[in-house]
Design a protein around this ligand. Structure first.
Ligand SMILES: NC(=O)c1ccc[n+]([C@@H]2O[C@H](COP(=O)([O-])OP(=O)(O)OC[C@H]3O[C@@H](n4cnc5c(N)ncnc54)[C@H](OP(=O)(O)O)[C@@H]3O)[C@@H](O)[C@H]2O)c1
Length: 277
């Protein structure tokens, strides 16, 4: 019987660049209240096995169960990897997707994830035949029950339009770096809205230092007794961006989650949206 889609959390904890601290930080993030975890089977930037160790520790401590969690991982082409590949590079792309997924499930000690994401298309310009093969292989993983939903990352509007012209099925998620100077990825977000795609935004803080230092944000933060980071996360949610945070600091985790209680006035949301793009 088909399962209902899993609820999508309103914040994702990102596990990139944490190396040996990955197990402990994953566990801390769960303790602080995150229920959505983003990772990738790309050892160059992520330690997915360490995420699995953090999850195991949280299960043992009785903090959460597997069913409480939304786990998202990614398939990464060889060009985005170092020598620590989760698949045989001589295998076909379809086989690489299956091998990478099998390895992710082993790392995370689970039989399914909630979301499986193509880390980035093969070309920066076009949706290629390679992407089409990978996407169809990802759909097979989904149809076999190893992921509930599918996504694409680092994707442009032309990619998405080309994808729509060659595939019957579009992703449930887009995950992109969100630059304020590009209207917070306005064109891609608009496409997502029109096609019922959840938009996930990363680097909301690191790509937008000028915004964090802007007088408008400082003023809003001061009047709400909040931090500039909380204003940015609250803004993001107000315009339909599901935010990621990868903080390594437990206090920042707490503050980031608390941004869910910060409701900005409509004029402030509009002002931030057009701040620099
Ligand atoms: N699909 C992709 O290609 C892709 C690319 C990049 C990232 N991601 C995902 O997105 C996640 C987040 O990455 P990110 O690029 O947004 O950067 P990030 O890893 O979240 O980095 C945020 C930086 O801002 C600092 N910071 C200061 N105050 C903060 C606060 N209140 N809350 C949060 N951070 C604060 C953090 O320092 P402290 O640690 O001291 O708080 C950290 O240095 C990654 O872990 C990964 O899962 C995906």
């Amino acid at each position: 019987m088909p399962q209902p889609p899993p609820p999508v959390p309103d914040f994702l904890y990102g596990t990139a660049w944490k190396e040996d601290r990955t197990p402990a930080l994953t566990e801390v993030a769960l303790r602080m209240g995150f229920r959505g975890i983003d990772t990738a089977n790309q050892r160059r930037h992520y330690f997915e096995e360490g995420v699995g160790q953090g999850l195991a520790a949280a299960y043992r401590a009785g903090m959460v169960t597997r069913d409480d969690l939304f786990l998202q991982t990614k398939f990464t082409y060889q060009r985005g990897q170092d020598h620590r590949l989760p698949y045989d590079p001589a295998a076909s792309l379809s086989e690489q997707v299956a091998q990478s997924m099998a390895s992710s499930l082993e790392h995370l000690a689970t039989d399914r994830v909630e979301s499986y994401v193509l880390h980035g298309p093969a070309s920066n310009y076009d949706w290629t035949d390679a992407d089409a093969e990978v996407w169809e292989a990802m759909r097979k993983e989904r149809d076999a029950g190893r992921t509930r939903l599918l996504g694409v990352s680092n994707i442009s509007l032309p990619h998405l339009k080309q994808m729509a012209s060659v595939h019957a099925e579009l992703p449930a998620f887009v995950q992109n770096r969100c630059y304020a100077r590009l209207g917070w990825d306005r064109a891609v977000r608009q496409f997502c809205r029109e096609h019922n795609i959840f938009y996930q935004g990363f680097s909301l803080l690191t790509a937008n230092q000028e915004v964090l230092n802007h007088a408008l944000i400082a003023g809003l933060a001061a009047s709400a007794k909040a931090t500039p980071a909380q204003v940015v996360f609250s803004f993001a949610r107000s315009v339909g961006i599901l935010p990621l945070t990868g903080t390594s600091n437990a206090w920042h985790m707490k503050q980031d989650l608390a941004s869910r209680d910060l409701i900005l006035p409509q004029e402030a949301i509009q002002a931030i949206e057009s701040l620099s793009g």
